[in-house]
Design a protein around this ligand. Structure first.
Ligand code: PDD
Length: 282
């Protein structure tokens, strides 16, 4: 049976969605998306996901999306797909500038945005238990990584390279600094201090990044929002990634070399546990 999705104001079975070949998302990658995780009917920071969606839309000058409606639809998608009791689920919204004959400049007059939303289950990644591996790659993305844009070709290429190398994630390095993964934020721990790239135009302001920083504060672990030089990677004690569906994932190998002792570190365990509790208590 086809699941129930949201498309331009209506709920319908997924196989009834019809998107125009003139859609600017398809033709130009001209749109934004958002993914919010939900634990047994409790969203983890849905408000922050909606705020970030609003920021992405504003930075892309896409108008005509009602965030209160997106919030209502988020709950409705879970309800209609019987996911309110699922241990882990997500809602995903994909919004393009709309459908119009192909021009680089925005259509005149403006057209309504295309809004597609769906809900799905997701599972805890096995590497959260065992520890995962990452590879490093030079950051060949654009320089507006703060926008959650749907044009993800560079992220796909990099992640595919990681998968081919038997790793979970590719982490981008720009100007010698380790920034973030293809779909996760990056954290390193050295001498008891947690370090992650600062917010700005080179990383996405991950919501789970923010929750992990709160967890550090709760545990009294100092956090430095300064990017780690790539040259310091070999000397860090622990690494972990965060993401809405990745949660807190310990990383035990970088480019085929062990991180620290090559086992899951103590600070990472603490932060992962506090993150789990935050998700349960959401
Ligand atoms: N990815 N950095 C990038 C480039 C991302 O695409 C994501 C999320 C994150 C983590 O953000 P958050 O903690 O808000 O999930 C960081 C989503 C989940 C995806 O593409 O599926």
């Amino acid at each position: 049976m086809s699941d129930i999705v949201y498309f331009n104001g209506d709920f319908m079975p997924r196989d009834q969605v019809r998107i125009s070949p003139n859609d600017r998302g398809w033709l130009l990658g001209d749109g934004v998306y958002e993914v919010a995780p939900c634990y047994a009917g409790r969203f983890l920071r849905l408000d922050l996901h909606l705020d970030r969606l609003g920021v992405s839309l504003a930075k892309m000058a896409i108008e005509g999306v009602d965030l209160a409606e997106i919030e209502r639809v988020s709950w409705e998608l879970l309800r209609r797909n019987d996911l309110l009791a699922a241990p882990r689920s997500l809602v995903h919204f994909q919004i393009s500038r709309g459908s119009a004959p192909r021009t680089h400049a925005f259509p005149v007059p403006a057209v309504p945005p295309t809004v597609y939303g769906f809900a799905a289950r997701f599972a805890r990644k096995p590497q959260c238990e065992t520890g995962g591996a990452i590879i490093t790659r030079s950051d060949f993305r654009w320089s507006r990584c703060d926008i959650k844009a749907i044009s993800l070709a560079a992220n796909c290429l990099a992640n595919q390279e990681a998968q081919a190398a038997g790793a979970f994630e590719a982490v981008f390095v720009r100007d010698g600094m380790v920034l973030e993964g293809s779909h996760t934020n990056f954290f390193a721990v050295q001498n008891g201090v947690v370090r992650t790239a600062p917010l700005g135009n080179y990383i996405l302001a991950g919501i789970s990044r923010g929750v992990a920083i709160e967890c550090c504060r709760e545990a009294g672990i100092p956090v430095l929002e300064e990017a780690l030089p790539e040259s310091a990677l070999a000397a860090v004690d622990e690494i972990f990634l965060t993401g809405s569906t990745t949660e807190v994932m310990p990383i035990v190998a970088v480019d085929g070399r062990p991180v620290g002792t090559g086992t899951i570190g103590g600070q990472t365990r603490t932060i992962a546990e506090l993150y789990r509790r935050a998700a349960e208590a959401a």
